[in-house]
Every structure is written in structure tokens, then in C-alpha cells.
Design a binder for this molecule. Structure first.
Ligand code: SF4
Ligand code: SF4
Ligand code: SF4
Ligand code: FES
Length: 934
């Protein structure tokens, strides 16, 4: 009997390259591939349909994350009733089509094509770094090529040179088959358009920018072209040095809040390369330079892998075994506790650590230390997000998944620079913008998105630092007074009393664009146009960053954005929402895990008797009902002599927190500072105990990204310190008298799930099965919740909050006439502890101060001059760069290098609700400096 194999869509391996992207259509067409019926969405290519049933058609120029191009002619097929041999990558399936992928005629044609390619290719397979991992080699095998009759004489491209200018990959033009995959990856996936095919015909060649070396071109080293290249033309230098990898482990990037999934490819215990995971929910196969290439810090010689102790910060460090370090630390903390009481000690959790590591630290502080003096580094970045979104929507988290932006019609980016700080999401957003969504940028700086290849912001509101709330109030005023609200949404979904109060407030003439123009620096007509664009687009989405939160009115601004989204009905479906772009990899997670002094895991107040009882009973200890101290309170209390001991997990507060002099004074005043980190950082200068931390390559656990996506972090190599971080914390807790006998990170997550309604369904098993999951994940949402507040807000009715604009105390004065704002750049990350220990320093070896030409000229400062910057908090020196990205009156710098002392000059002003520091506004004066460093 002739059995026809049935196609089962569930059996398709989507991790393999299916040749062309999937089609989005509800209409299905059925075709026969070599006699096997397969139903696919209309628009699916013949190549993809064939790959889905395992009939892989030879290909070179096609790959399934790029649109089909049809240049190599290797993927020819025969279709019954159609003349010729069409390319399967560019031929869509049609109902009833019968395709043959293997025939003698096709074999001959494909062999001919391959023969031509190979005839102009260096025949050095055995010594080529891609040997065994090369599509050209695979295809030669697939088509059965045995002879190459041409190319021994005549013209070829074999003498073309190598470009080794990029620190991470080489470009060997002699191996290029001009398939254009790299060019398309740079345009379609990354959106940088750094590559073109220069020349014509035989002279065609890949060219970075204007035929420049990669390093000097517009390339941002995302590596998408390297990944797309089917030959060794574009090749990671690590593969050339170490050889083709032999084993793989799936894990998650430990840099930013995008949370890209990767496959770490290794030889033995050595990482050879990081390959972005095509099935990663956050990144879908893309990455930036940091995640793909800047992982070398994990094996850097500066890593401290042995515990260190000392009695005084003036002593030398003494390396000791773990047991001695733990009992030394516990004895010191216990002594402080008995002499000064439980409120004299506390801890800080890290947004760079896993959920499980964070959870055990806050548990240790609450249960073993006996205090709620626990805070997190998220205090200094996104705490206003937690506060503002909880007040208005009921949940301290962003509303959408990243893919939602693909449905947005107007995208409002406020105080964020996605192409530098959240690059993979930036690329996704740029794709949508190229498709025609409107872009509104609200930022004092002209960030890349304002004008980049094929993108031009329709609206750039270049406001003065510190006036966010005034601008958002003015936008809402336009919406409210020009009849642009979604009355049905407000009526059905929001609290009417709060809406009425807000409407009365926002409609006041003092909130009009005209009234506020002088304060904000934004002309009224531009602002009105932007407001109309957002409100009338259809799907309006707001994305924001630290340029919103790190202000004295950070929480007010978050609520102002939530008001605007509710008033226009832009909540609860794809394409809309209010979305924080989180800074560090696990900012969302560290907040979720109960790191704030007033909240247990899942944002439940410590004063709630029912919740506290639940934790008390599970942990077997009586818990305090009064909130503990925040980081600034702990530091102030240390300076005044009451707070004496602190456990700091993976955060360099001496560099990253504002007003460095004050932080240093507080740390110096303490009797016991315990630092857990990879490197001896600035904070460790004040520490008595240094507990070596583990890099993400050694961790086992989970990170939660900006879209609430919980991703697995899997140990790629054995811990270099002998203990995982949670084991070290548990050892300290036990030495303090409170054992936490976990056997594994998975067991910690099980406890989190048991105690937290929004995590009730989360387990390592589920994550291994689904890849990742967005919380809430529980009985109502067993596979997670990509979009929140769909039918109702988590708090029930959406709550409008009135948001009066209160100018910051930090204004320009005669003495300090310029406003300094800070940010970060693509190649570096936060305080640079990791990226400074990689080749990324070639792009940013020092922090510089951007200054407008008029301000520079008025002070006699030229491009590249050393300058002194002074604020009322302190002073430092760095080089100046004349820039027209910022308006006159504003200066800008990064804080990636400790030597720059950027935070010496930032003040201790902070958000009224959360104490998040006002990093984004510091009044300063600049003058030329004869010296080079402070
Ligand atoms: S590394 Fe990225 S930005 Fe650079 S050329 Fe390749 S794809 Fe373009
Ligand atoms: S560099 Fe690689 S991807 Fe680009 S055209 Fe050449 S072979 Fe194709
Ligand atoms: S975008 Fe963020 S998470 Fe993704 S690779 Fe880059 S740094 Fe890592
Ligand atoms: S893979 Fe179809 S033409 Fe190249």
C-alpha cells in the first residue's frame, strides 16, 4: 500500500533554518511537496513549506530571518504545470501546487551553480576556521559536487584582502559569494544600513559604508551580518582563535533589560561564541554588541575568586576560605546587632543577580537580620515606575510584550535612547517605524532615533531637563480640550471620580502648551501636533526610560503618562501601553522579589497582616510590620552614626549612586561593609568582607526582563568561586542563626511561586518547556500574560492621578548656568565594570562632556579640551566634545568610567515618592582646565 506521510505542524523544528520568514495569514493553502501534503498560511514560500516537512532544499542566499532575495539560484524546484525551474525561496505556495524538490534535472542545475561558486572560492576548507560550520561546504555536499572544471585560470577574487579592523570579527572578502545576506541583515534586522554591495557584475563586493574598514564605518558591531554569513567571510575572531564549538547551553544575556536569549557555544569549558536564540521571546535571534561579543569579562584576570577579609579598610585584604569569611562577616553583623540593635544593619540587592539570588538576600535580611532594611539598586533607576504604575494601573510593571510595538501606529519615546541602551528592542522599534508608524521623541537630546537611515521623527519635543511633567500635562491638556479622548474607554474602565478631578485639573489654562512653552522650551504648536499624532493614531504606545524616572518628579511623570494612556484608551491591547525600558538585566525581577523595604515578594506591603502571616509561617520567623530604610536613609543614618553594617550584593554604590562624597562618607562610617561582586569595585575600597560573585556564565536561575518575561539563566561553566551566590548568602544566613537549606535554585523558585500569586505557575520545568513566560503566570494564565489590563485593570478601575508640575530645586543659576544630564552609550554598560574589561573600550575609552557650540565658545572651550565641571555637590574633569545633539544651555555625559567621577557632581535631590535620585538634572558650570584629571 502506498502510504502518504501526514504533515504534523507540531513536529516542525522551528529552531532550524526554514529558509524564509513565516507568513501571517488566516487563510491556509495546501500543497504537495514530493507527494507529501502540507497546509501552510497563504504567502508561505515553497522553500519554507518544504523545510517544514523535512524536504530541505539547497540554498545559499536565503535564511529565515530575512526576506527572500532570489540571487543564488541554488534552490530551484520543479512545479507541475509550470514551465522552468523557479527559485523556491521567492515562489509562494498556491492551492493544489505539486512541487518536486529532487529530480535529475534539478541535480544537474544545482551542481552547475555550486561549481561556479566553488570555482572562485579559496580551496582551503581544511584550514578554514569555519570548517564543519559552513553552509557553502554543506551545500557542496548536499548537491553532490565532485568536480570543479573552471577557475584554474582567468579572473577571480581570491586575492582580495582581509579587514580585521573590528575587534570581534574579520571580513575576508576572498571568501565572499556576494549573497547579500549580510547587507540584508544589517538593513532588515539591525536597521543600521551600514553595508551595501558596491560595484557591479564581476566587480560586486560587500562594502561597509563608503568602502571603509568596518571599524571606521557606521557599523555598530551587532554581529547580525556575521550570523547571517553562510561562509567564513564574516567570522568571529573567537572562532578563528579557539575553533568551532562542540557543545551548547541556552541562557540569557546579563546586560540590559531587553533580556535576550542566547545559545552559549563552547569548546570544553571555554566559551567560543554567543549566538542569539531565534526562539528567544525578547530578541527572536538578534542581539547587540554587548550580548554577542562582550562576555570576556567573565574570565578576566581581575576576577576575584577567593573571599577576602580585613579588620579595617586601611588594612590589606587577606584571602581566606569561604567558612572563615562567612563567620567573620556573621560575627561582625551579630556584634553590631547586639550593641546597636537590628535597625543598625541592612542590605542592598542587585538587579544584575538572578531572582533566586535576590530572593535569598531579602529573605536573609528580613528573617536572619530581623529588619526590613532591604533595598535594591532599582531604587536609583526605576522605583518611580513601580510607584506610578501601581497607583494608576495596579501593577508595578510595563503593560506590553516587545512584539506589541509591531502593531503601534504612533510611538512616543520619552527620556529613553533605545538604540544605545536597549538596542535589540531599538531595532524592533525601527522596523515598525520604517513601516510607517509615527515617531514622537521627547528628549533634550537629539538621540539617534530622531534622525537615522530611513527614520525621521515626525515630532521631536526638545524640552529643557526637568520639565517632563509640564510637557506631559500640556499634551494631556490638548487631548482633553480638543476632544481627543476615548470617552467609552474612560467610562467603562476607569474610576470616574478620579477622572473628573484629573479632567478639571488638566483642562486648566495653566496646563496649556502656550502657558508652559517658556518653561519647557517646547513651542506650543509642535507640542499640539505631537499630542494629536499620539491621540489619533489608532494604536499609541509610550516607551520610556531613566530620563523619566530619575527626576524629583519621576513618580509624577509616570502617573502623567498613565493618565494620558487611559484618557486616549491606549491600554489593554496590542500596539499600545505604557512601557518602561528597564536598565539592568533584572531590574524588574529585583523589584518583584521583595527588595523594597516596604514590600514582600509580589509588591505586597509588610504591614498587611494576612500577607505577613503567610511569610512568617512559611519562613518560621516573626517578621516586622514596619517598613525599613531605603538606601539614602541607610546612608544618611550611617553618616549620623546609627547605621553600622551593610551587605551589598553586586552593586557599586560608590560609583553609581549620586553625590559620591556623601556615599563615601557613609560607607567609611560603617563598622562592617560586605561586598559581593565579581571585581574589587569602588565600593569595596570601604569594605571589610569581599565575597566573590559569579558571572552570568556560572549562574543557575532566572532573570525577568522589561516585559515581565522570566528567562532561564543556565550555568554554562562551573563556578569559579566554588560556591554559587545564593549558597554564599544561605551560608551567611545560617551563620547569623537562620538556616535556609535549599538544595537548588529551582527549589528557591518553587518557594517564590508558593508565596506569590503572580508567580504561582512558574517553575524551572515550565520555563524549560515554554522557553520563557511573562508574569502573571498562574491558574488563570498558565502560559503567562503578554498584555496586561486587557479587560480590566489589575486594581479594578484605572485610577487617574492629578499631576501638578513642581519645578525641581535644581535650576540653572548665575553660578551654575548649565544643566547637566546623563545617559549611556551602546558599547558600555552602566558603571562599566563589565564592558571596560572587554574590547568594547575601543569605542569608548573615556567619558566626555557634550557641549553646544555656543556654550563652548562663550567659555573658550574647543573640541577635545580638558574642562572642569563644577556643581554644588562637587567637581571633576573630563574632555569636552562640541555637539549639536543637545540644545544650548544643556550639557551631557556618560558615567561608564569611575575616573570621570560623573556622580561626584550629581546632587542628592530625589523623587518625592521613591527617593530615586535626580541624575538627569544638575546645574553646573564649565571652564577650561589646565589639568587633566581631578
Ligand atoms: S555588525 Fe551589525 S551594524 Fe555592523 S555591519 Fe554587521 S549587521 Fe551591520
Ligand atoms: S560577506 Fe557573507 S553574507 Fe555577505 S555577501 Fe559575502 S558571503 Fe554573503
Ligand atoms: S539588547 Fe540588552 S539583553 Fe540584548 S544582547 Fe544587547 S545588552 Fe544583551
Ligand atoms: S536560496 Fe533561493 S535563490 Fe538563493
Amino acid at each position: 500500500m502506498n502510504m502518504v506521510q501526514q504533515f504534523d505542524p507540531a513536529q516542525v523544528d522551528y529552531s532550524q533554518d526554514l529558509g524564509t520568514p513565516g507568513a501571517e495569514s488566516d487563510v491556509k493553502v495546501t500543497v504537495q511537496i514530493d507527494g507529501m501534503p502540507v497546509s501552510v498560511p497563504e504567502g508561505t514560500s515553497v522553500m519554507r513549506a518544504a523545510a517544514m516537512v523535512g524536504a530541505n532544499i539547497p540554498k545559499l542566499c536565503a535564511t529565515d530571518n530575512l526576506n527572500a532575495f532570489g540571487s543564488c539560484r541554488l534552490c530551484l524546484v520543479e512545479i507541475e504545470g509550470r514551465p522552468g525551474t523557479p527559485a523556491s525561496c521567492t515562489t509562494p505556495c498556491a492551492e493544489g501546487m505539486s512541487v518536486h524538490t529532487q529530480t535529475p534535472r534539478l541535480d544537474k542545475l544545482r551542481k552547475g551553480v555550486m561549481e561556479l561558486y566553488i570555482s572562485d572560492h579559496p580551496l582551503d576548507c581544511l584550514t578554514c576556521p569555519a570548517n564543519g560550520d559552513c553552509e557553502l561546504q554543506d551545500m557542496a555536499g548536499a548537491v553532490g559536487l565532485r568536480d570543479v572544471r573552471y577557475g584554474m585560470e582567468g579572473e577571480n577574487h581570491l586575492d582580495r584582502g582581509k579587514d580585521e579592523s573590528n575587534p570581534y570579527f574579520t571580513f575576508d572578502s576572498s571568501k565572499c559569494i556576494v549573497c547579500s545576506r549580510c547587507v540584508r541583515a544589517c538593513s532588515e534586522v539591525q536597521g543600521t544600513f551600514a553595508l551595501t554591495i558596491a560595484g557591479r557584475g564581476f566587480g560586486s563586493q560587500v562594502s561597509p559604508s563608503e568602502q571603509q574598514p568596518f571599524f571606521e564605518s557606521e557599523c555598530v558591531s551587532c554581529g547580525a551580518c556575521v550570523q547571517a554569513c553562510p561562509t567564513a567571510t564574516l567570522q568571529e575572531k573567537s572562532v578563528i582563535d579557539l575553533g568551532v564549538p562542540s557543545r551548547k547551553v541556552k541562557t540569557t544575556c546579563a546586560y540590559c533589560g531587553v533580556g535576550c536569549s542566547f545559545t552559549a557555544e563552547l569548546r570544553g569549558d571555554e566559551v567560543v561564541r554567543m549566538v542569539p536564540d531565534k526562539q528567544g521571546g525578547a530578541n527572536e535571534g538578534h542581539s547587540c554588541v554587548k550580548g554577542r561579543f562582550a562576555w570576556g569579562y567573565a574570565q578576566h584576570q581581575d576576577r576575584v575568586t577567593t573571599p577576602l577579609i580585613r579588620d579595617s579598610i586601611d588594612d590589606e585584604w587577606r584571602p581566606v576560605e569561604w567558612d572563615e569569611a562567612i563567620s567573620f562577616a556573621a560575627d561582625k553583623l551579630k556584634a553590631i546587632k547586639s550593641q546597636h540593635g537590628v535597625d543598625a544593619i541592612g542590605g542592598i540587592t542587585s538587579s544584575r543577580c538572578t531572582n533566586e539570588e535576590v530572593y535569598v538576600v531579602q529573605k536573609m535580611v528580613r528573617a536572619a537580620f530581623g529588619t526590613n532594611n532591604i533595598d535594591t539598586c532599582a531604587r536609583v533607576c526605576h522605583s518611580p515606575t513601580g510607584y506610578g504604575l501601581k497607583q494608576t494601573f495596579g501593577t508595578s510593571a510595563g503593560t506590553q510584550d516587545f512584539a506589541s510595538v509591531e502593531q503601534s501606529d504612533a510611538i512616543m519615546v520619552i527620556g529613553a535612547n533605545p538604540t544605545d541602551a536597549h538596542p535589540v528592542f531599538g531595532s524592533r522599534m525601527k522596523r515598525r517605524l520604517r513601516q510607517g508608524a509615527d515617531l514622537i521623541v521627547i528628549d533634550p537630546r537629539s538621540i539617534d532615533l530622531v534622525r537615522s537611515p530611513h527614520i525621521q521623527a515626525e515630532h521631536h519635543l526638545q524640552l529643557m531637563p526637568g520639565t517632563n511633567v509640564a510637557v506631559l500635562n500640556a499634551i494631556s491638556h490638548v487631548v482633553a480640550t480638543e476632544g481627543l479622548m476615548d470617552d467609552d474607554f474612560v467610562y467603562e474602565r476607569c474610576n470616574k471620580t478620579s477622572f473628573k478631578a484629573w479632567l478639571d485639573f488638566i483642562s486648566l489654562p495653566e496646563n496649556s502648551p502656550e502657558a508652559l512653552a517658556d518653561i519647557t522650551g517646547v513651542d506650543a504648536e509642535s507640542l499640539r501636533a505631537a499630542a494629536r499624532a499620539y491621540a489619533t493614531a489608532g494604536n499609541g504606545a509610550i516607551y520610556y526610560g531613566l530620563g523619566v524616572t530619575e527626576h524629583s518628579q519621576g513618580s509624577t511623570m509616570v502617573m502623567a503618562m498613565a493618565n494620558l494612556a487611559m484618557a486616549t484608551g491606549n491600554i489593554g491591547r496590542l500596539g499600545v501601553g505604557v512601557n518602561p525600558l528597564r536598565g539592568q538585566n533584572n531590574v524588574q525581577g529585583s523589584c518583584d522579589m521583595g527588595s523594597f523595604p516596604h514590600e514582600f515578594v509580589g509588591y505586597r506591603h509588610v504591614s498587611d497582616d494576612t500577607v505577613r502571616e503567610q511569610f512568617s509561617s512559611e519562613w518560621g520567623v516573626t517578621l516586622r510590620e514596619d517598613p525599613g530604610m531605603r538606601i539614602p536613609n541607610m546612608l544618611d543614618s550611617a553618616v549620623s552614626g546609627e547605621f553600622k553594617g551593610i551587605y551589598i550584593q553586586g552593586e557599586d554604590i560608590a560609583q553609581s549612586d549620586p553625590n559620591t562624597n556623601h556615599v563615601a562618607e557613609a560607607l567609611r562610617a560603617m563598622e562592617c561593609v560586605i561586598v559581593q561582586d565579581l571585581f574589587l569595585n569602588e565600593t569595596s575600597h570601604f569594605a571589610h568582607v569581599f565575597l566573590p560573585g559569579t558571572s552570568f556564565l556560572e549562574k543557575d536561575g532566572t532573570f525577568t526582563n522589561a516585559e515581565r518575561r522570566i528567562n532561564r539563566v543556565r550555568p554554562v561553566m562551573t563556578s569559579r568561586t566554588g560556591l554559587s551566590e545564593w549558597e554564599a548568602t544561605c551560608a551567611l544566613s545560617e551563620a547569623m542563626g537562620y538556616p535556609m537549606p535549599y538544595e537548588s535554585a529551582s527549589e528557591i523558585m518553587d518557594e517564590i511561586a508558593e508565596l506569590t500569586p503572580t508567580f504561582a505557575g512558574v517553575s524551572f520545568d515550565l520555563l524549560d518547556k515554554l522557553g520563557s513566560v511573562q508574569w502573571p503566570c498562574n491558574e488563570q494564565a498558565p502560559e503567562g500574560t503578554p498584555i496586561m489590563h486587557k479587560d480590566a485593570f489589575v486594581r479594578g478601575e484605572g485610577q487617574f492621578m492629578t499631576t501638578p508640575y513642581v519645578p525641581t530645586d535644581e535650576r540653572s543659576t548665575r553660578k551654575f548656568p548649565l544643566l547637566l544630564t546623563t545617559g549611556r552609550i551602546l558599547s558600555q554598560y552602566n558603571v562599566g565594570a563589565q564592558t571596560r574589561r572587554t574590547d568594547n573600550v575601543v569605542w569608548h575609552a573615556e567619558d566626555v562632556l557634550d557641549i553646544h557650540e555656543a556654550d563652548a565658545e562663550a567659555r573658550g572651550v574647543k573640541d577635545g579640551d580638558w574642562i572642569e565641571i563644577a556643581s554644588r555637590a562637587g567637581q571633576t574633569r573630563m574632555r569636552a566634545r562640541i555637539s549639536d545633539d543637545i540644545p544650548a544651555g544643556v550639557v551631557y555625559t556618560t558615567f561608564h568610567h569611575p575616573v570621570s567621577g560623573t556622580n561626584v557632581i550629581t546632587t542628592d535631590n530625589s523623587d518625592w515618592a521613591t527617593n530615586c535620585p535626580e541624575y538627569k538634572v544638575t546645574a553646573v558650570e564649565i571652564r577650561p582646565s589646565s589639568e587633566q584629571r581631578a
